[in-house]
Design a protein around this ligand. Structure first.
Ligand SMILES: NC(=O)C1=CN([C@@H]2O[C@H](COP(=O)(O)OP(=O)(O)OC[C@H]3O[C@@H](n4cnc5c(N)ncnc54)[C@H](O)[C@@H]3O)[C@@H](O)[C@H]2O)C=CC1
Ligand SMILES: N[C@@H](CC=O)C(=O)O
Length: 804
């Protein structure tokens, strides 16, 4: 025998009720022996309660009652509800006249909901020639006289149930009303919260059923509420004790009292979805899963009460006074935390009891206030409790660190000593994001990294395409889900919380909107996006003004833009201190040498105490290409320069390369990596642009490139034989001092030298250190180009995700 229980949502008009009839019919046709327990349909119980209140308050309720009746009858014209409707009419009339009702009357009213439901299903099944038998549980379950929350009298109830099922067995399907019962005087009682589930488990117990199937509107029990956590996973199996923890912490499908009758007889409970009944749901048995089950549950309607005072220190009986005072008003405390200094105590109560709790405590501690032993009793209403079930403190650092990195600082947390359960109190506004962060961490589900990409020109555009192309592979290999939720240029932003797709460029044009930085920050907040990274692929100084704001709003930073690292040394330090304060990271490997692993190498050498004495080389990819090609081939300077521009080697404004600023910046960035405090003005730069071409717009300059030809032809010709031109950066001097010497210059070197042999757009960096002596560490390779640079930026993003 299996007991099937259907909840209110399953029995609502429309698809629900028809599906329920199909499920029962299907089981009967397969020859399964079943008993069916039903809740009231849809919102019936709430509606009845509402009408009752209105009747009591002498408000007009008749129209509401008629609508209620109409809903119950709906299209089911053959069902006879005359008795039930008359009963309700009389009860409401009486309440309206008296202006009051007792718990006994309320139970009589509410019980009609289950009666109507069971009568209807019985009728619908009979119309399908199924031998359905309407069973009023008031003749089976006998309780004490505690109306509203009656306790079953087991022996009597069990005998009744067994007798009834003996009489009505075989092909009969008993359709039993849930929730309602009767006392010894045959007065209607109800079984309280989750009453229908309770009826079903009592029946399963008395009948020693093989299984209780609880049909709901969800697929089973999830690792977290799927409405809040998109990646929540259905739990296939769990034990009663694990389910008990879930029930306690708010999984409202289950309640401890409904589980006990099942545990007693070892009857499995299966949570199923009426609307997808092919799904196996979640099976709850006495057997614990080997690995232990983990899940998240949430308490939302709560408030945090905080009691503080220096005078509490070491005083005996303070806690006792708090609890006594609260208990006196029937206020229950669910989570409590107290520092060892005993100067404060924080605890959670139901939100609607918070005000009363504060009042009670203010009265209790009135004298202590006067003596200034107690200074504050405050209520924080905008909080929620997250409980990580199955979590102990040995691995708690993982979700905790992930929360901190996402700037979610729990207000309070505690754990159970024996069981595995850690609870956190967080700001309500952060609940959604906190749940997703913790869930991702404890289930090692693909970590979602939310990227806002600023600048989608050569480098930015290539980066976005590279990300979209490899996102699936990365998710598979590294369990990291890269989600580009924002793409912005200087004017417009495209925002897509679930990530842009290959058509992003058109969408930026067509549906992109003018924006300010705060719009993107707010969008991330409103959509609870976690693990935020801002990627700066602009060349804009204006944009770097946003860095501090981004950091303060929880973004890590990645940039190919070199400007932020080359503004004043004060800003450089301010940026680092903001990063430290907010526990954020800033990676910029592409600032020097594009995709080459230069900054990391120098950082490591310096950190390990290796004394770097000089860094010298061809720092610019575009100027490398220009002088390598120009020195080698008999071509016009302007022609080769145009080629470097066309290949995407130069800065957005190529004058930044030619005037030496770009190399100057790179040199300064490396110097600052060595803790030197040089400013940009300290860099001695040989500007390659003749004086007369330095002013005006970039386009003007680009139209007069040929004016450079004669200048550089002359320089080329004045070289010694077998020499070539190279534009180099050189960091030297006593690098243990506060500042180093930084030179950027055009030199002529033998073609056979290391610098002379550099080809194409390669950069070369010679790093001289004390241990390596005269033989420098050499890093050489493509020093410019959108593909290699974008790859380098991508590398920084991935490196950041691993640090999270
Ligand atoms: N091209 C290369 O080989 C390398 C370039 N870089 C750096 O990469 C960065 C990007 O270079 P490219 O892609 O070549 O430049 P680009 O000119 O092609 O793209 C820059 C983009 O930034 C946008 N932008 C400008 N100001 C903005 C603002 N305030 N907010 C949002 N977007 C803004 C522009 O609209 C443009 O789409 C530069 O900082 C450059 O120094 C670094 C290493 C190598
Ligand atoms: N314009 C730069 C690009 C990389 O930083 C260069 O030419 O090196």
């Amino acid at each position: 025998m299996k007991v099937l229980k259907f909840g209110g949502k399953s029995l609502a008009n429309g698809k629900g009720i028809l599906t329920v009839v199909d499920i029962i019919e299907d089981k009967v046709k397969k020859g399964e022996q079943i008993a069916v327990v039903l809740s009231a349909r849809g919102n019936t119980t709430d509606e009845l309660e509402n009408i009752l209140e209105n009747a009591k308050d002498n408000l007009s309720y008749v129209e509401q009652l008629e609508a209620f009746k109409k809903y119950q009858v709906s299209d089911f014209v053959n069902v006879d509800f005359v008795n039930e409707f008359e009963t309700l009419d009389k009860l409401f009339e009486g309440v309206s006249l008296l202006g009051d009702y007792s718990k006994r009357i309320k139970d009589q009213v509410l019980s009609q909901g289950e009666v109507l439901s069971a009568k209807l299903i019985t009728q619908l099944l009979q119309e399908k020639n199924i031998n359905a038998n309407f069973t009023d549980s008031r003749s089976l379950i006998i309780t004490d006289a505690q109306f509203g929350d009656a306790q079953p009298l087991d022996k009597l109830s069990k005998d009744n149930v067994i007798d009834h099922f003996k009489k009505h067995n075989g092909t009969t399907v008993n359709i039993v009303t849930g929730f309602i019962a009767a006392n010894a005087k045959n007065e209607t009682t109800t079984l309280g919260r989750n009453g229908s589930n309770y009826t079903a488990s009592l029946l399963a117990n008395y009948l020693e059923a093989d299984e209780l199937q609880n049909f709901t509107h969800v697929d089973g029990i999830y690792t977290a509420n799927p409405d809040l956590v998109q990646d929540a996973i259905k739990i296939e199996k769990l034990s009663f004790s694990e389910a008990n923890e879930l029930a306690y912490f708010g999984a409202n499908i289950l309640h401890a009292k409904t589980i006990i009758p099942l545990i007693e007889k070892g009857i499995p409970l299966r949570i199923l979805n009426t609307f997808d009944h092919k799904n196996d749901g979640t099976l709850i048995t006495s057997k614990s899963s080997e690995k232990g089950i983990k899940s998240l549950s949430v308490l939302e309607n709560v408030a945090l009460i905080n009691l503080e005072g220096r005078g509490l220190l070491g005083k005996a009986g303070v806690d006792a006074r708090i609890f006594r005072a609260l208990a006196h008003k029937n206020i229950s405390v669910s989570i409590i935390s107290q520092g060892s200094s005993e100067r404060g105590i924080g605890f959670i109560v139901d939100a609607d009891q918070a005000k009363e709790a504060k009042l009670v405590l203010e009265q209790e501690f009135e004298a202590d206030f006067h003596k200034q032993d107690v200074s504050v009793i405050s209520i924080e209403k905008e909080v929620s409790v997250i409980s990580i079930i199955g979590q102990d403190l040995s691995t708690f650092h993982k979700p905790y660190n992930a929360l901190i990195k996402n700037q979610i600082i729990p207000l309070l947390f505690n754990n159970t000593v024996t069981g595995k359960n850690v609870s956190l109190v967080v700001q309500k506004a952060q609940l959604h994001r906190a749940l997703n962060v913790i869930h991702g961490e404890i289930f090692e589900i693909s970590k979602k990294i939310n990227l806002a990409v600023f600048g989608h020109g050569l480098v930015g555009g290539t980066l976005i395409d590279q990300i979209l192309k490899s996102a699936k592979q990365i998710e598979k290999r590294k369990k990291i889900k890269l989600n580009v939720f924002a793409v912005a240029n200087s004017k417009k932003v495209l925002l897509e919380k679930n990530g842009i797709d290959v058509d992003w460029e058109n969408k930026v044009k067509e549906v992109g909107e003018p924006y300010q930085l705060k719009d993107i920050v707010n969008y991330a907040n409103d959509n609870h996006l976690e693990n935020l990274i801002a990627v700066d692929n602009t060349a804009s100084q204006d944009f770097t003004n946003n860095y501090l704001d981004l950091i303060a709003h929880g973004f890590d930073l990645v940039s190919s833009n070199k400007v932020a690292n080359t503004l004043s040394f004060d800003f450089y330090k301010q940026l680092r201190s903001a990063l430290e304060q907010n526990q954020k990271q800033y990676l910029y490997e592409t600032n020097v040498g594009a995709g080459l692993p230069l900054i990391d190498t120098i950082k490591l050498l310096h950190l390990s105490g290796e004394n770097i004495t000089r860094i010298k080389g061809v720092f610019s990819g575009s100027l490398s290409y220009l002088f390598n090609t120009f020195s080698q081939e008999d071509r016009l300077f302007s022609e080769v320069l145009q080629e470097a521009i066309d290949k995407g080697f130069t800065e957005p404004d190529p004058r930044e390369d030619l005037c030496g600023n770009d190399v100057g910046r790179k040199l300064l960035i490396l110097a600052r990596e060595l803790d030197l405090s040089n400013e940009f003005v300290d860099v001695n730069i040989h500007n390659l642009i003749p004086e007369n071409l330095r002013k005006g717009e970039a386009t003007e300059f680009l139209n007069s490139l040929s004016a450079l030809d004669s200048v550089y032809q002359k320089v080329k010709e004045q070289q010694k034989p077998n020499h070539v031109l190279r534009y180099i950066g050189d960091l030297w001097g006593d690098l243990s001092q506060e500042k180093g010497t930084l030179d950027v210059k055009l030199i002529s070197v033998p073609q056979s030298s290391a610098l002379g042999q550099v080809k194409g757009s390669d950069s070369i960096f010679e790093i001289y250190t004390e241990s390596y002596g005269d033989q420098p560490i050499v890093i050489q390779g493509a020093g410019a180009g959108s593909a290699v640079t974008a790859r380098g930026v991508f590398g920084d993003i991935l490196r950041l995700t691993e640090k999270r």
